[in-house]
Design a protein around this ligand. Structure first.
Ligand code: PLP
Length: 235
């Protein structure tokens, strides 16, 4: 087996173990391989190993890769910060967008809908403990809507044609224990379901913290380096 195949198999085994430890069925988890900064050839190798769900965070990189690999049966997940002016282009290849965190991007995606099939979207939540206070003070978050802003943003997504709200997404804050942060995300998810009963998915967990995310109900894991190895320097 190649090193890539080894790391993929080892990670999948650890995911299954984490699921069993949480009393969950591994089959209810979607493992997305994050391929940002890697060449299209690596995505092709992953596809040969049976990977279908791949994640990218920058449109200028993801667009050409998706175009080059259009013949493969891949589901592209857009997981990075999305700019309104790129919304239309990202919609063309992304099956799932994990990073909806502001009105302007929701509106831009809505304008880009044009009767195309709806795109699955996650509402990104800022799990920094100070996020609500920062939002109150009018400061823009570094990525993600403050928990107090989630209901309003969710309503806007639900009212926008062409967007299918599937759940919440978050990145654990730097320098803090991930598990309590993922527990907060689970609470936000539970509250959101009052408004949007279909929004049951939770996108959480990266290479360093996916076991904690699985314990707190994550359904979509975004895993890069544990599978791909270290990322090449940013281009
Ligand atoms: C890069 C990235 C990941 C994957 O990170 P790893 O630590 O390499 O697993 C997951 N989610 C987001 C939003 C990312 O930008």
């Amino acid at each position: 087996m190649s090193e890539l195949a080894d790391r993929l198999a080892a990670t999948d085994a650890r995911i299954a173990e984490a699921a069993r430890a949480a009393g969950r069925d591994p089959g209810e988890l979607t493992r997305i391989v994050v391929t940002k900064f890697h060449a299209a050839s690596l995505v092709r190798e992953l596809a040969d190993l049976g990977v279908r769900d791949v994640g990218e965070s920058r449109h200028q990189e993801a667009g050409p890769k998706a175009a080059e690999l259009a013949a493969l049966d891949l589901r592209w997940h857009f997981i990075g910060q999305l700019q309104s002016k790129k919304a239309r282009q990202v919609r063309e290849y992304a099956r799932v967008i994990h990073s909806l965190d502001r009105d302007s991007v929701v509106d831009a995606l809505g304008r880009a809908a044009d009767g195309a099939p709806p795109v699955d979207v996650f509402l990104q939540v800022d799990l920094d403990p100070d996020a609500d206070a920062a939002a109150e003070a009018g400061e823009a978050g570094r990525g993600g809507a403050a928990p107090s802003r989630v209901p309003r943003l969710a309503e806007r997504i639900l009212a926008t044609a062409g967007l299918n709200l599937v759940g919440v997404m978050a990145v654990a804050p730097l320098g803090a224990e991930p598990r309590p942060a993922f527990a907060r995300l689970r609470e936000v998810s539970t509250a959101l379901r009052e408004l949007a009963p279909g929004a049951t998915a939770i996108s959480a967990g990266m290479s360093g913290d996916y076991a904690d995310a699985v314990l707190e109900g994550a359904t979509h894991l975004r895993i890069g380096t544990a599978i791909t190895g270290n990322r090449p320097p940013r281009g």
